[in-house]
Ligand binder design. Sequence first.
Ligand code: HEM
Ligand code: FES
Length: 358
Amino acid sequence: MSVGYTWVQWSPTKRRYDIIATIGIIAFLAIFVIVGKVMWTGASAIGDEVLIIRALGSCALVLLHVVLCIGPLARLDARFQPVLFNRRHLGVMTFLVALAHGVLSIGYYHGFGVVNPLVSLLTSNTQFTSLQAFPYQLLGVAGLLILFVLAATSHDYWNKVLSATIWKRLHMGVYVAYVLLVAHVITGSLQADRGVLGAALVLMGVLIVGSLHVLTAVRESTHDRGSRGLLENGEHWIDVGAPGDIPLDRARTVCTPGGERIAVFNDSGAISAVTNVCAHQGGPLGEGRIIDGCITCPWHGWQYRANDGCAPPPFKEKIATHQVRILSGRVQVNARALPPGTKTPPALLQNPEGPNHG
Ligand code: HEM
Ligand code: FES
């Protein structure tokens, strides 16, 4: 939630993560240069400039993999959730390292001729039909441009201006950038003296990113299919489970026949339900917790009151709520979403922390 504009949104935790990430980047670059000096000797020896260009490019690509893995990891294991809070800062750092790689590459490979370096970059190789000589640097340029757009619009200001839906769609462009940059490295590696090791490592990275995303999707769709319900007077009531199944100050999520997810929270024994979609950037509220009496989004910490879906003052965001009831010892939630900010009475548990047969 943002009431005023600040260039960078830092908190002590974010600052700590940023320091750790910066140390990690410096360590990666140093280790790459040292290993590179040992590895590339004799006939395959390379100059310091090329070594630094390779170190920066590899560092940016590793960072991009980390950024893409954080989402699914946090969904598979809640212990990764704190890292989600810092994902945007890590994304901006990825762009800055990639920018350094791109600028140095343009200077080194295109800066010594009579042609303007940017013109040379765009026109010196146009062999688009050849795999052996494909202009792989242009793939890097396209990937870098997308990373720039994402970094430039990463601030909450743009989320507000563009709306959460458009902002989210725009930031899905990270996957387009990823494909372009994987192609940049693979085609570049295969046609240079770097051999197939680089390409093999990148393919391993693709496998890790891909399998984590598939695993998360399979797990979520299996969970969604498990949501049972009954139709009563035209209203669809979905079974959430026994009251004791919802952990204290946490939620259980269920899925409506229309595919929308609902987060049903146990707020100290009062069961309330809200949409699972955070108003900020669509974070999964059901994976969050009740902190200081409010549902707290696991992604960036926006908060909402469980009984009416309103953010606590001075914030003004509102999310949809759902009716809940306890019938024959089962918690049920109405699939029909109420307008954002609608107050609904919670279903009260007799024993907030244990099995309940209300
Ligand atoms: C203006 C944009 C870019 C240009 C002109 C460019 C250019 C280059 C060049 C010339 C090389 C080969 C260097 C050599 O070993 O001789 C290279 C390799 C590489 N680039 Fe880029 N690149 C750009 C963007 C990117 C971006 C955005 C990323 C990743 C986020 C990236 C990642 C890499 C990687 C991982 C390598 C291979 C390094 C290695 O083999 O050790 N590049 N790039
Ligand atoms: S998505 Fe950012 S706080 Fe919920």
